[in-house]
Design a protein around this ligand. Structure first.
Ligand code: FNR
Length: 386
């Protein structure tokens, strides 16, 4: 069957990937309440249908994260994308550039800075976590600079790993018995397309950015172990000042949900924030991002750019986020699923679908320009509620 929408890419990814990898992408933390709320609260948001407003010649181009973009959408940092398709981060970065949208390279990418940066013309955006070993972190910032990164995205909502039941059940995390390993091999054998293209030809399966810190090998098992020892739950806003001293370029804070934290982000000199709950993969019970957005936008009083992610599954969702005060959105699972389903070509197709959906949604709500989309796009009852 042909692919019509992002949800179809989820189905295609499910067929292509070994189950433990699909579950890693698709799943959230604990009972996945927040993950589901991200999608459900967006879907619930009603838009005003407006008619006969001459929406010919609509323009989706705008500015986001300090650059001109073909639509207000970026590819969120996603770990391990090199396991979803062969050298997945390189493919996705190229496609994003061709489509005129920013790509944010995850710290936990398979393809490291030195592999991805030369594959594209424009400067990369690089995501990082606060790491206990500050010497390593300083070295990583130097590597990012040397690779031409201009914008640093600090993810602040993953100071500790949340329990993800699906990963525990699939033994992606936790201890593996011999039987578990055998099951994993059988699961891989049941997906020969993936096994050959990614499992064999997509090697090495290491975490390129962290490899220098893991002399014992930078595979998945070593990484999980290293993460639990090196992610830093003691961080405060003072540590961010440490980063600020070493990073003079634009700094984006990803993982802000609360208006008080948003105000602190302004004081910390962030140039943008991403309203995010890590796709429902961290604090289950946290609000959906669309419901958290408006109070954050009001708190920052226009002092910095506010982006959001979580649950964006269509061009209508992009419009809903813009109407709720975001100046752009990040796509997480949407591009991870497309990449898994068919590599870069599918990410490109997914972005085309999304662009078309956004253009149509703009036409039917009566907008010709991204900058004009505001709260009046929402039904009055929605505006009162948000
Ligand atoms: C993520 N996310 C994430 N965020 C981050 O800052 N660094 C990372 O390495 C990752 N890795 C990652 C892997 C996978 C498989 C997923 C699904 C998510 C979170 C991501 O950037 C984004 O915040 C969410 O994915 C947005 O929600 P949706 O669009 O997936 O619903």
């Amino acid at each position: 069957m042909a692919i019509a929408c992002i949800e179809d890419y989820r189905g295609a990814a499910r067929r292509r990937l070994p189950r433990f990898l699909f579950d890693y992408i698709d799943g959230g933390s604990y009972a996945e309440t927040t993950m589901r709320a991200n999608v459900a609260d967006l879907e619930r948001l009603s838009l005003r249908q407006r008619v006969m407003r001459d929406v010919s010649g609509a323009q989706l181009e705008t500015r986001m994260l300090g650059r001109s973009v073909s639509m207000p959408v970026a590819l969120a940092p996603i770990g391990l994308a090199g396991l979803y398709a062969r050298r997945g981060e390189v493919q996705a970065a190229r496609v994003a550039e061709a489509a005129g949208v920013p790509f944010i390279l995850s710290a936990s990418a398979c393809c490291g800075l030195e592999e991805v940066a030369p594959a594209v013309q424009a400067p990369l955006l690089f995501q990082l976590y606060m790491i206990k070993d500050r010497a390593f972190m300083a070295a990583l910032l130097d590597r990012a600079r040397a690779a031409g990164v201009e914008t640093l995205v600090m993810t602040v909502d993953l100071i500790i790993h949340s329990p993800r039941y699906r990963d525990m059940r699939s033994t992606l995390t936790g201890r593996q018995t011999v039987l578990d390993r055998l099951r994993r091999m059988i699961e891989i054998a049941r997906h020969p397309g993936w096994a050959w293209d990614v499992g064999v030809r997509g090697r090495p399966h290491i975490l390129g950015n962290f490899a220098p810190a893991m002399p014992g090998g930078a595979g998945l098992a070593q990484f999980t172990d290293w993460v639990s020892r090196n992610f830093d739950p003691s961080i405060t806003w003072d540590d961010l000042a440490w980063v600020r001293e070493r990073w003079k370029g634009p700094l984006v804070l990803k993982g802000i949900l609360d208006p008080d934290d948003a105000r602190l982000a302004c004081e910390a000199g962030a140039s943008a924030i991403v309203v995010s709950n890590h796709g429902g993969r961290q604090l289950d019970g946290a609000p959906s991002t669309i419901s958290a957005l408006r109070p954050v936008v009001e708190a920052v009083e226009g002092k910095l750019e506010v982006l959001m992610d979580g649950g964006i599954r269509s061009g209508v969702d992009v419009l809903r986020a813009l109407a709720s005060g975001a100046s752009g959105v990040l796509l997480g699972r949407a591009w991870a699923f497309a990449l898994a389903a068919g590599g870069g070509a599918s990410v490109s197709h997914m972005l085309e679908l999304l662009r078309h959906e956004l253009a149509v949604a703009m036409a039917l709500t009566g907008y010709s320009r991204i900058a004009d989309i505001g709260p009046e796009a929402l039904l009055r009852t929605e505006r009162a509620a948000s």
